[in-house]
Ligand binder design. Structure first.
Ligand SMILES: NC(=O)c1ccc[n+]([C@@H]2O[C@H](COP(=O)([O-])OP(=O)(O)OC[C@H]3O[C@@H](n4cnc5c(N)ncnc54)[C@H](OP(=O)(O)O)[C@@H]3O)[C@@H](O)[C@H]2O)c1
Length: 345
């Protein structure tokens, strides 16, 4: 198994989560400026690297140089656009965190608990493109901050409209993403391209896949995305308009009771409860509740659940670990789902 972009912010989390994985063994890692270095040299000062990976050589992201039966891609968008198709063409199953291929008509955009049936698009993709391999994508880290709680609301009460304001940690922008002089003691009320992704992606994820086509869910989303000086954990303040009236207790019950196929299959990276409702008045908080680089970081915490002023509206705050549930962890869970459903070799 190979991690493309293994020396970045998300790459580190993959290696920590995969060090003792029961199904997947890391056989190759790639980078760009660090090609040719040992991984431990490439990591200097950046983060914790499990001892077993120290001696791995950073390879170029070239399919002909890689020996692996599965590829995780956490490449920047431009590199992903150039390289992920090449890997799929060369026969590799690719699970990608990058946005480059998310919106294509034959590429699944997966949250394993929400839309596992969208993986059926892989067959169409392979046939249409003549590929041995395939590309499956995971959402933007901010989409994952609130799309999981939306699923039980959609199923139980119907969902018409969502307004979301995000407070996104600096790690979401990558290791060299936001200059410290710009963000320390500050909030930046704009993240390039983010609001478009956050307004578009949940519609594909919550929609259907039938007769070879994705049909987006009929819900309208307005987003305002901001960057705040926290390290890890994207917080989203959500107001959702439901199709029918529901009490706070009914909504809490729907959120707490939500389970998906990964929980049924007891996949290694699946948290027992994907959505946890917090009753404390001041939770969730990024520092306290973002969890670690394991299944604890796969839980979406929902708090401050209350009725909105308008009819059929509910309000809540939702927190996701952007590096785990929002990137490496969701991709690993997706790969586990691919394997458990017989789609990996
Ligand atoms: N950070 C998050 O919370 C998050 C969440 C969800 C999705 N994502 C997505 O995941 C991807 C990676 O994000 P990140 O935060 O890990 O970024 P990052 O910290 O900037 O890391 C980028 C990685 O890609 C490698 N790379 C850069 N240019 C390359 C090229 N032309 N060819 C091959 N490899 C190249 C870098 O290698 P060198 O170190 O060797 O230069 C490094 O390993 C992005 O597409 C991002 O949008 C990030």
């Amino acid at each position: 198994m190979c991690v493309l972009g293994a020396t970045g912010m998300v790459g580190q989390i993959y290696l920590q989560m995969l060090a003792d994985h029961p199904w997947f063994e890391v056989s190759a890692v790639t980078g760009n400026t660090t090609v040719g270095k040992k991984l431990i040299e490439a990591y200097a000062g950046k983060g914790d690297l499990p001892r077993k990976f120290w001696e791995l050589e950073v390879l170029p992201s070239d399919p002909s140089k890689i020996d692996a039966d599965l590829v995780f891609s956490c490449l920047p968008t431009k590199a992903a656009r150039e390289l992920e198709h090449k890997f799929a063409e060369a026969g590799f199953p690719v699970v990608s965190d990058a946005s480059a291929n998310r919106y294509q008509e034959d590429v699944p955009l997966i949250v394993p608990e929400i839309n596992p049936e969208h993986l059926d698009a892989i067959d169409v993709q392979r046939k249409r493109r003549g590929w041995e391999g395939f590309v499956v994508t995971t959402p933007n880290c901010t989409t994952t901050a609130f799309v999981l709680p939306l699923k039980p609301l959609l199923d139980e009460f119907g969902l018409r409209y969502v307004n979301v304001v995000t407070m996104q940690a600096v790690s979401g922008a990558g290791y060299n993403g936001v200059p410290s002089m710009a963000i320390m003691g500050n909030i930046i009320p704009y993240i390039q391209g983010e609001e478009e992704k956050v307004e578009q992606e949940p519609r594909k994820i919550l929609g259907t896949y039938r007769d070879g086509a994705f049909r987006p869910a009929e819900v309208t989303i307005d987003a305002t995305c901001t960057r705040v000086p926290t390290l890890v954990g994207h917080l989203a303040a959500v107001t959702a308009t439901l199709s029918r009236e529901a009490s706070v207790e009914e909504v809490a019950e729907a959120l707490e009771g939500f389970r998906g196929l990964p929980q049924q299959l007891e996949l290694p990276t699946a948290p027992p409860r994907p959505v946890v409702v917090r009753e404390e008045v001041d939770r969730p908080q990024p520092r306290l509740d973002a969890g670690s680089n394991d299944r604890s970081g796969m839980v979406v915490h929902v708090g401050r659940l209350r009725k909105g002023s308008l009819e059929r509206t509910v309000k809540f705050v939702s927190l996701t670990n952007n590096l785990v549930r929002g990137a490496a962890g969701i991709a690993i869970l997706t790969a586990e789902l691919l394997k458990a459903t017989g789609r990996l070799g």
